[in-house]
Design a binder for this molecule. Structure first.
Ligand code: URA
Length: 251
């Protein structure tokens, strides 16, 4: 990608973000250093480049915990991604959230409605339960990292389609490569199968773990949304989370 294309992609990402946060119109102000152009005419490189520092600043303020980390330019790519059809229906892509030095990473399935609106993973009902589970093992979002296998919301929260999982795969692979966690937890069947490469039931994955992804320990457990649907699974999930906490303390 040449400089101009890259700049325009970044600009488009930023405009989408503004739109998602309720801003309808962005006007270019030539006299202002952080001016952004959005008019029906070709965008000159120099003009876009003028806007880039402001765009990067806005990304840094959205992901302050990733400042200085390779996670930030990767988030920029994710926000601009058009590698599958989900880019048509999303409000915005949801790169992830958390501590760039976390040794524990949770991987979910895909953003839901609230995540698509806010641009942050696990902020809906399932996310609130995840926060409570974390608190019960004496951890918070600030201690861990939370990612999804798909970065964009599937319409009506349907299951991820195989081609979407393939298209999005490199993003999660690169995030895990950058983070180098000690433990990864797959939340639910899709994430657990993604991480282990094993096409078996979640029950079997739970029973036969911990597994391994690129030399990193992988635990498979219930998705918090499943725990909301079936409270009988809360007890076995609690056993999983206690084991995860024990291993976390050991590493
Ligand atoms: N469910 C997920 O798998 N991920 C989210 O970010 C929210 C709900």
């Amino acid at each position: 990608m040449d400089k101009r294309e890259e700049a325009i992609k970044l600009l488009r990402t930023w405009v989408r973000q503004q739109h998602a946060s309720g801003i309808e119109r962005v006007v270019y102000d030539r006299d202002h250093e952080a001016g952004v152009l959005l008019e029906e005419k070709p965008v000159a490189v120099a003009e876009v480049e003028t806007a880039i520092p402001a765009l990067r600043d806005s990304l840094e303020s959205k992901f302050p915990a990733w400042s200085g980390s390779e996670l930030l330019p990767l988030a920029e790519e994710i926000l601009a991604c058009e590698n599958c059809g989900l880019c048509e229906s999303r409000t915005q892509a949801v790169p992830g959230v958390g501590n760039a030095k976390a040794k524990l990473v949770f991987v979910g399935e895909a953003p839901g409605a609230e995540e698509d609106r806010q641009g942050i993973p696990f902020v809906g009902r399932a996310g609130q339960l995840l926060d409570k589970i974390l608190a019960a093992i004496d951890l918070s979002r600030d201690d861990v990292h939370i990612l999804n296998i798909l970065k964009c919301r599937p319409p009506e929260n349907r299951n991820p389609a195989p081609d979407e999982i393939v298209a999005c795969r490199p993003f999660l692979e690169r995030q895990l490569e950058i983070l180098e966690p000690k433990i990864i937890v797959g939340l639910g069947l899709f994430a657990s199968q993604w991480l282990t490469g094993k096409k078996i039931s979640l029950t079997k994955l739970r029973e036969t773990g911990p597994h391994e992804y690129a030399g990193i320990q992988v635990y498979a457990t219930y998705h918090p949304a499943a725990l909301l649907r079936n409270p009988n699974w809360k007890r076995p999930a609690w056993v999983d989370f206690q084991a995860i906490r024990k291993e976390y303390d050991r590493l």
